[in-house]
Ligand binder design. Structure first.
Ligand code: ATP
Ligand code: MG
Length: 408
């Protein structure tokens, strides 16, 4: 890949997270290549190449399922005439001003992300002091942090993400600005914040990321409803619930198991949804309707911060909607719930709630038993439930029209 571009007479270097992670002895997530070839020239070298991007134009070279990103060296210089660099209120909208490799290094975010791997002599090119910061475990922004955060507020989230992922310290000049500059995130498109949230919470260090985001007041910019609910909590299970959920996600990623944004967002937004629904139920609304209304309200507020694509919000709603149905443990309804396509996710969600002390652990245990049980054991469990088991006073058969009590 690098050699192909070199062969065509261009410079080509490995850059960014790939170099950083290799030098740290970690497995890089992906590789980025920087070159002096223009996007069209890159396209001419590789047949399997597509040009993408509005903010900056990039070449994506496809190798089977892998995509390698090839970016042309860019400069930070603000060209007056004919320049393609555009700002809005200090925020960078486009930067397609091509430059030299040195200029390319300086427009990157952190010094440790501005290292280039030179295939000619297998050396690392370091224009910004990235090697020193890498060995000291420091995340330092290039340039004036205030300007760099204003240009692109997502760099604040990137700072938190790399600190969480690499276990690095934030340089004081960067750290000092995080809280005070948090509100800059309001101007970032909701879709980009959604992507960034996934990177923060689906990279295997979600718990650390969550704690840092809260610490620097950035979490409130991303999930204001949740942040408020967590601030006003009376017991500590809501925070416990979120942390347990994120910890679960981290474990699954480490074990190579799939994680879905739907479950993640269901966890992150549960506390405001639960509270709203609880209030409505207390006011006499049936649980199912209460949950539906609460979900709609919380989601419609959330998408003003981060988008939540429909393909995720629909399963989220189902996970939430199924929660109160775990309270009813009689005959046909149990069978119907077990057969529900979203049962597994909803059950995992119930387990988390129980672990955090919010849902009845007996109930969680009962659902664990019944789903693994054979037909005979199942009817035993159902009978136990329908019978006069004294331990479950609250679980007596109820008229279906009676409002259900929520678990506390
Ligand atoms: P990851 O391990 O998540 O891929 P990465 O450092 O490679 O980390 P990318 O988002 O893949 O991050 O970006 C590749 C490189 O592009 C970064 O290392 C950095 O040099 C540069 N870069 C990315 N986003 C920005 C930004 N918002 N501002 C400045 N430079 C950026
Ligand atoms: Mg990368």
């Amino acid at each position: 890949m690098l050699y192909r571009l070199r062969g065509a007479g261009y410079q080509a270097h490995l850059v960014g997270g790939g170099v950083r992670d290799l030098l740290l002895g970690r497995e890089p997530k992906d590789f980025d290549i920087a070159t002096d070839a223009r996007p069209e020239q890159v396209k001419a070298v590789f047949r399997n190449c597509r040009l993408i991007g509005r903010r900056f134009r990039l070449a994506h070279v496809h190798f089977g399922r892998e995509i390698i990103e090839v970016a042309t060296f860019r400069s930070m210089q603000d060209l007056e005439a004919g320049g393609e660099r555009a700002f809005d209120n200090g925020m960078l909208l486009r930067d397609n001003v091509y430059g030299t490799i040195e200029e390319d290094a300086l427009r990157r975010d952190f010094t440790v992300n501005a290292l280039y791997y030179n295939i000619d002599d297998f050396s690392v090119i370091d224009y910004a002091g990235g090697l020193k910061d890498l060995s000291e475990g420091v995340l330092r922004l290039l340039g004036d942090p205030e300007i760099r955060f204003r240009e692109d507020p997502v760099r604040m989230l990137r700072a938190v993400r790399f600190a969480a992922k690499l276990g690095f310290r934030l340089h004081p000049s960067c750290e000092a600005l995080l809280g005070p500059s948090a509100a800059l995130l309001e101007s970032v498109p909701a879709a980009r914040l959604f992507d960034e949230v996934l990177k923060l919470f689906m990279g295997g260090t979600a718990v650390q990321a969550f704690e840092k985001l809260r610490h620097y007041n950035l979490f409130a910019q991303l999930f204001p409803g949740t942040d408020e609910a967590l601030a006003h909590e009376e017991h500590d299970f809501p925070v416990t619930f979120v942390v347990k959920g994120l910890h679960n996600t981290d474990l699954r990623i480490r074990e190579g198991k799939p994680v879905t944004p739907a479950f993640l967002f269901a966890v992150l937004l549960w506390e405001p949804v639960r509270k709203l629904a609880e209030e409505a139920v207390a006011a006499g609304e049936p649980p199912s309707l209460a949950m539906q209304t609460a979900a709609s309200e919380v989601l419609s507020r959330q998408i003003q911060c981060t988008s939540v694509p429909k393909r995720f919000s629909l399963p989220m709603r189902e996970i939430w909607q199924l929660q109160h149905r775990f309270d009813t443990r009689v005959g046909k309804r149990v069978k119907r719930l077990l057969a529900h396509p979203r049962f597994r996710a909803a059950y995992d969600f119930l387990l988390l709630r129980a672990e955090a002390g919010e849902a009845d652990p007996d109930s969680a245990r009962w659902w664990s038993e019944i789903q693994d049980a054979d037909a005979e054991a199942q009817s035993d469990l159902l009978q136990r439930e329908g019978g006069n088991s004294g331990r479950r006073r609250r679980r007596r058969r109820r008229r279906s029209s009676a409002p259900e009590r929520s678990e506390g």
